[in-house]
Design a binder for this molecule. Sequence first.
Ligand code: PLP
Length: 419
Amino acid sequence: MMKVSKFGRKITTQSGIGQLMDDLALALAESQDILMLGGGNPAHIPAVQSCFRKSMQKLLDSGREFERAIGDYDPPQGNRQFIETVADLLGREFGWQIGPENIALTNGSQSAFFILFNVFAGCFETGGDKKILLPLAPEYIGYADVGLAEDLFISNRPRIEYVDEHIFKYHIDFDRLEVSDRIGAICVSRPTNPTGNVLTDGEIERLSGLAAARDIPLIIDNAYGTPFPNIIFTEAKPIWNRNTIVCMSLSKLGLPATRTGIVIANEDVIELVSKINAVLNLSPPGLGAAIATSLVRSGEIIRMSRDIIKPFYQKKAVLALEQLCEQLKGVDFYIHKPEGAFFLWLWLKDLPVTTEQLYQRLKERKVLVVPGCYFFPGLKEDWQHKHQCIRISYARDEKTVTAGLKIIAEEVKKAYRRP
Ligand code: PLP
């Protein structure tokens, strides 16, 4: 058995989600006819892909730009041209007072979370350790295992609002939320993966106030948010200030393979991220930035997000919601109000089996979803709700989603009849 350090052990120990992802990959490899409603992959939208193809073609035809994009390391902060155009865009769109010194690129936003969480939480020289506060669980599964220290997260149960007979919405339960001096930063995804929730402007303002009062950052994971990819179906005011770190990404726009994360923060944080980039990666990937620069400069990225990407997913959300509600008639079910991202979060209150068991049964019927229990990093208490939800992606083509939802409803009904 190979000897590895504590770090090696921790980061390679099979996490729940790691096992699940292997399981999903294996199921996909073994069978062609799997209905994949489990992943976080964005859709391949032809009109969007053709835009990227054109932009890539322009790079190829431009003389030296393609050669530069693949032949040079960018600085550790990321491609200067792209950073400048993004700063201009955010200034134009939102009036944010930011310059290139407020932006760094990372190897996907996933790696930004690795950097930020381990910098603001963990063991401190002043003694003691600090935690990342997730004020509303369920929260993004990808945070769960990035901590170098054990138990990096503390999270909070939500308040549940019943919107109508079958729709509910989570809110931050501020009465239970404690921002003690053990908290190093607060983080929320908005829109939220897995639920499609969009925290209200009021909630964000309150979190921002709490973070400012403690002089800690509020990290807003904007992977699905405005101004791109803009997979957000409600009104939500974007905020940035010196205490806020906004993390964006080109992934959900349709460029996940280029691994381009964008961190917007005060100069000190940007310097820190750049220095860590240098150590971990020398420099962040540049090809996504090269493809997207002209789209950001012309504002095409905003039009594409507003006129193609958002309506594309919104239509799918409405259809999936209608279909699932229709199929589940007669069952006591709730679905989180889909306000953004591309998931339905189904809550089956009195299901006689856990959703981990339901996941297994669905897998046997060749439908892949993600059981809800993985989306509660940092929530220690034993809350039944963790085992009553599943996440269903509706990003795939209509035929796959329709067929998958039908089987999900059949298995749910079966479980009620014969636990
Ligand atoms: N944040 C959220 C909420 C996500 O859903 C994802 C990917 O699924 C990420 C961050 C990470 O995306 P990437 O590393 O591709 O930018």
